[in-house]
Design a protein around this ligand. Structure first.
Ligand SMILES: NC(=O)c1ccc[n+]([C@@H]2O[C@H](COP(=O)([O-])OP(=O)(O)OC[C@H]3O[C@@H](n4cnc5c(N)ncnc54)[C@H](OP(=O)(O)O)[C@@H]3O)[C@@H](O)[C@H]2O)c1
Length: 187
């Protein structure tokens, strides 16, 4: 069972991508942001919503942490984890050493940088340190880049911060083409 804590933009992209695969995993979502969680549970038979964050932790073997970095301490310090669980954090800027403190006694912890293209199964997701659970999760959503060290991982993270500007630039070009009479799909 895959459990997600934090059901915002990137979590919704991950859940959609996983649920559209041929063999979707069973997924349990944290209840906050009820509208998004309800939409996902309504759209996909493999997805349901738990009563609390702790209920997600109790049901999941693999936990995906998708809250904003500023919420990490408050969210994680309220939870009781099990040593045998596997945790994958997508939170930018929270280092592995800090995750180990916050997720005690979990031993297997990985960081990942998924991007919204995972919703279409076309992600390219850096992982550090890679493990079988994290690799399996993100290989279902496209490609995985196994990064050697955390400094390099943080460089990937910084690079992804340029994505929004890049797509905005492409959108402006496309909008300009459409304004000149090119069909929007072709533009
Ligand atoms: N968006 C991306 O493309 C992207 C890519 C890579 C990594 N990330 C990382 O992913 C994380 C989430 O980003 P996002 O863009 O998905 O942000 P987001 O849309 O704001 O999602 C965060 C979610 O966490 C929820 N939340 C806050 N406190 C909570 C709590 N105590 N218990 C359970 N849920 C709680 C928020 O609910 P409320 O709205 O009610 O506060 C919100 O639904 C960030 O750490 C970011 O660094 C994002």
């Amino acid at each position: 069972m895959l459990g997600l804590i934090g059901v915002g933009a990137i979590a919704a992209a991950i859940v959609s991508g996983l649920s559209e695969t041929a063999e979707p995993p069973s997924i349990v979502l944290s209840p906050r942001n009820a509208a998004v969680a309800a939409r996902l549970a309504g759209a996909y038979a493999n997805v349901r919503v738990a009563a609390s964050n702790q209920a997600v932790v109790e049901q999941a073997d693999v936990l995906l942490l998708c809250v904003r970095p500023a919420d990490a301490q408050q969210v994680m310090s309220a939870l009781r984890f099990r040593e045998q669980q596997s945790l994958v954090s997508v939170m930018a800027g929270i280092p592995l050493a800090r995750l180990r403190e916050l997720a005690t006694p979990i031993q297997q912890i990985a960081r990942a940088i998924p991007l919204p293209s995972v919703a279409a199964g076309r992600g390219i997701t850096p992982l550090y340190p890679a493990n079988a659970h994290a690799r399996d999760l993100f290989e279902r959503l496209g490609h995985v880049i196994e990064v050697d060290n955390e400094t390099a991982f943080d460089l990937f993270s910084a690079a992804t911060a340029t994505m929004a500007a890049h797509f905005l630039y492409l959108d402006r070009i496309s909008t300009w083409l459409a304004a000149q009479g090119i069909a929007p799909g072709a533009a």
